[in-house]
Design a protein around this ligand. Structure first.
Ligand code: S3P
Length: 445
């Protein structure tokens, strides 16, 4: 399916009411997974019912957990607890979801079962050795296509604890190893070059596990779990996803006269680099309130279109806290005065697509100068009203690339068409409808 975004009038919450972006994807996967591992019942409110998360729900059923939906966003998981994961009858298909497959590989490796994992074309091109190699150090056995691509089969059980030095600031790697460590003998630790999102650590504590964390003077971060912990089912309220909120905020920053109020957004400091960067650009969000909800800071944000945005060069240390927001920041930077340099994010090459290459290609197609760098890109902003648009953009089926160029199209001089727009449902079901309700002119091309 192709969608077209046309130059639009102001983006506004209806009657200046509040808009709730969809539930957080990272927390939704974890709620299902931890619920399946735990003793007893986990109730989840506000689960993101996106295709990625539904793959994880199906996977947990395949391991023998009771996973049911009683109303929109309201799910119940009856965990396996002491019985452990059962061996699935067949391969588990994780579709497009890197988080789902990687975290599940780690969790399931703690049990004496054989599991085969598959995924779509994008997921089948993404590196799994970064999970499989440390699991092998813990004693799991695996085989995979081309030594590290899906389909992959893992035989788990009888794991030993390790102290793992991760080459990447990656919550997927960290979480997979910590979850495997829950079933290992002794203390398992993961040290990463910078702290990545810590939803796993927060939620493990809420479920009753012991997790320690420390940060060195050089910014290196270590998280440690003790093996043998028994998790207890919990009620979980999933906050709105700051990565999805970023698209709504960017639309409001790009289209003159806009204002949106975003409710219930997860404001975990390891997720809010986008909001720090828009503040650097002169378009900061106003935080209306912040509260604690189930171990995560959650709040309401107001975003208004500024007169002008300026280019920025966010520090590399911020990269992990906005890793999924580079595409939308790149689109936003096209409307700023001057250059924006986005760096420190070589990981973008192995996301759902090579996001650096695709953003540069799409910006060029839309008449915006951008230079590709190994670990990021430089966008030469064209100022308010200065983005030509008028192009069809290739997305390689990447949901965040598709949404980024639709938002760009709202503020461009001529419509922008994106391909493979159905993939938006992997993280933001109802994106086009919600944008239309705020005044965006987005329709099927
Ligand atoms: C995620 C971690 C991030 C992010 C992904 C979700 C998670 O990946 O890109 O969308 O839920 O743990 P890495 O931490 O591997 O970079």
């Amino acid at each position: 399916m192709r969608l077209v975004a046309r130059p639009s009038g102001p983006i506004r919450s209806p009657d200046m009411g509040r808009v709730r972006p969809p539930g957080d994807k990272s927390i939704s996967h974890r709620a299902l997974l931890f619920g399946a591992l735990a003793d007893g019942v986990t109730t989840i409110d506000g689960l993101l019912e996106s295709e990625d998360v539904l793959c994880t729900a199906a996977a947990m059923r395949a391991f023998g957990a009771g996973v049911t939906r009683s109303a929109s966003g309201r799910w119940t998981v009856v965990g396996r607890g002491a019985a452990g994961f059962a061996e699935p009858a067949g391969p588990i298909d994780f579709g497009n979801s890197g988080t789902g497959v990687r975290l599940t590989m780690g969790a399931a490796a703690a049990f004496p079962i054989k599991v085969t994992y598959t995924g779509d074309a994008s997921l089948s091109g993404r590196p799994m050795g970064r999970i499989l190699d440390p699991l092998a150090l813990m004693g799991a056995r695996w085989s995979a296509r081309d030594k590290g691509l899906l389909p992959a089969t893992v035989h788990g059980g009888a794991l030993r604890a390790i102290a793992y030095e991760s080459p990447h600031a990656s919550a997927q790697i960290k979480s997979a190893i910590l979850l495997a460590g829950l079933g290992a003998d002794g203390q398992t630790s993961v040290t990463e070059p910078r702290a990545s999102r810590d939803h796993t650590e927060r939620m493990l504590r809420a479920f009753g596990a012991e997790v320690r964390e420390s940060t060195g003077a050089d910014g290196r971060h270590t998280a440690t779990v003790k093996g043998g912990a028994r998790l207890r089912g919990q009620p979980i309220a999933v906050p709105a996803d700051p990565s999805s909120a970023a698209f709504l905020a960017a639309a409001a920053l790009i289209v003159p006269g806009s204002e949106v109020i975003l409710d219930d957004v997860c404001l975990n400091p390891l997720r809010t680099g986008f909001f720090d960067t828009i503040a650097d650009m002169g378009g900061g969000a106003e935080t209306i309130d912040v509260r604690d909800a189930g171990g995560e800071p959650v709040g309401t944000l107001r975003v208004r279109a500024p007169q002008r945005l300026r280019g920025a060069a966010p520090p590399e240390a911020r990269a992990a806290s906005m890793i999924d927001e580079y595409p939308i920041l790149s689109a936003l930077a096209a409307f700023a005065d001057g250059e924006t340099t986005l760096s420190g994010a070589a990981e973008l090459r192995v996301k759902e697509s090579d996001r650096i290459a695709l953003m540069v290609e799409g910006l060029h197609a839309c008449g915006v100068d951008a230079d590709e760098r190994p670990d990021g890109l430089v966008i030469h902003g064209r100022g308010p009203g200065g983005v030509p648009g008028g192009a069809t953009v290739r997305t390689h089926g990447d949901h965040r690339i598709a949404m980024s160029f639709l938002i760009l199209g709202l503020g461009a001089q001529a419509p922008v068409v994106v391909e493979d727009a159905e993939m938006i449902a992997t993280s933001f079901p109802g994106f086009a409808d919600l944008m239309r309700s705020l005044g965006a002119d987005i329709s099927e091309a």
